[in-house]
Design a protein around this ligand. Structure first.
Ligand code: PEP
Ligand code: MN
Length: 369
């Protein structure tokens, strides 16, 4: 049985795709929504930084549901101009969390999707109003909500005739206190199967600590998540809210790169139409590119080690063994074709590890002969 056949049940194509602006959730790609926890005066620069890191959609929280009334409550309506400026500067759609029904009218034309926060998941008038808005709605899981309660919240939006719903797992309350919440990765395969709706994951509010966010993001995508919601800030410690869990744009870029590679390997091969088929290929090729680069890095280490031990750089037996090893992992491809590919891969890795010194250039010429 091929890798893909084993994985397909958990990653079967969804019945419903949800688009935020032109970014599709539930298809072959795994888009990332990112931005600071709350919109701050420098939001446009923050948005440009996350966009530069590869985020496709912006977080634009101007109303913040804070535990204590003396904490920063968000910029409120003065933040609307910043949302417009960030959208214009980046061309990316923006997701905003309304805390009250009247916020939804205020957001008309200024938000590309609404996010119902964990604390609001059972605010039924808000859910109904979000449903009537006609905008896509991301429903975060309440911190102590069962799957059924979460799906009940979804039904309030669906009943208003709005099927553009995305579920977002963000961690639940458990007895564990080391993390802010406990990420329930099971929610991803279970709810994808039960609803046919895209399920995304917010690793930031689950972890509560910057260092743990990348691992949870990878776990989510490995489980089949259709997207991520990540808090990122150019100076995490200076964030006006949730500074402990914000990642830098560089870490965000690494998360996006690694999850793209992972998704390339794990997403379903069942793609409908050329656009989606090409997305699948792009994902796989992103994985190939990243793996090649990693391979070249290890080849450089091996070269240095061989030099230290005065061993020959070129080892035909080892190269034949490498080709056989790869062929064993790709039984559907003729071994002769794999051998050809690996000859080129080995040469490419050798070239990548060669610095521009005259000696090394000579060495490559010798190898090529
Ligand atoms: C948020 O994403 O801004 C937020 C407040 O998260 P949650 O509702 O999951 O606590
Ligand atoms: Mn936050």
């Amino acid at each position: 049985m091929s890798l893909v056949e084993v994985l397909t049940p958990a990653r079967r194509p969804l019945r419903r795709h949800v688009a935020i602006g032109d970014v599709v959730f539930g298809g072959a790609a795994v888009p990332v929504i990112a931005g600071p926890c709350s919109v701050e005066p420098n939001y446009v620069a923050h948005a440009e930084a996350v966009r530069g890191a590869g985020a496709r959609v912006l977080r634009g929280s101007i109303f913040k549901p804070r535990t204590r009334p003396d904490s920063f409550q968000g910029m409120g309506s003065p933040g609307l101009d910043l949302l417009a400026a960030a959208r214009a500067a980046t061309g990316a759609p923006v997701v905003v969390e309304p805390l009250a029904v009247e916020h939804i009218a205020l957001l008309r034309g200024r938000a590309d999707a609404l996010m119902i926060g964990a604390r609001s998941m059972q605010n039924t008038p808000l859910l109904r109003a979000a449903g009537r808005s006609g905008l896509p709605v991301i429903i975060k899981r309440g911190m102590a909500a069962t799957y059924d309660e979460w799906l009940g919240a979804c039904d309030y939006v669906l009943e208003e005739g709005n099927d553009q719903v995305i579920l977002c797992e963000r961690g639940i309350r458990t007895f564990e206190s080391a993390t802010r919440n406990t990420l329930d990765v099971s929610a991803v395969p279970v709810l994808r199967e039960r609803t046919g709706l895209p399920v995304i994951v917010d690793p930031s509010h689950a972890a509560g600590r910057t260092e743990w966010v990348p691992s949870l993001a990878l776990a989510a995508v490995a489980a089949g998540a259709d997207g991520l919601l990540v808090e990122a800030h150019p100076s995490p410690a200076a964030s006006w809210s949730d500074p402990d869990q914000a990642v830098t744009p560089a870490t965000l870029a690494a998360i996006i790169r690694t999850t793209t590679v992972l998704a390339g390997v794990l997403r379903p091969v069942v793609a409908t139409g050329l656009t989606e088929q090409r997305q699948v290929i792009d994902g796989i090729d992103a994985g190939l590119g990243a793996l090649l680069e990693e391979r070249a890095r290890v080849v450089a280490e091996i070269k240095a080690e061989k030099r230290r031990r005065a061993l020959p750089a070129h080892d035909p037996d080892r190269e034949a063994a490498v080709a056989a090893h790869v062929a064993a992992h790709a039984p559907a491809i003729p071994p002769a074709a794999i051998a050809e590919v690996m000859t080129v891969v080995i040469a490419a890795c050798q070239r990548a590890t060669t610095s521009q010194t005259a000696d090394e250039t000579l060495e490559v010429r010798e190898l090529a002969c």
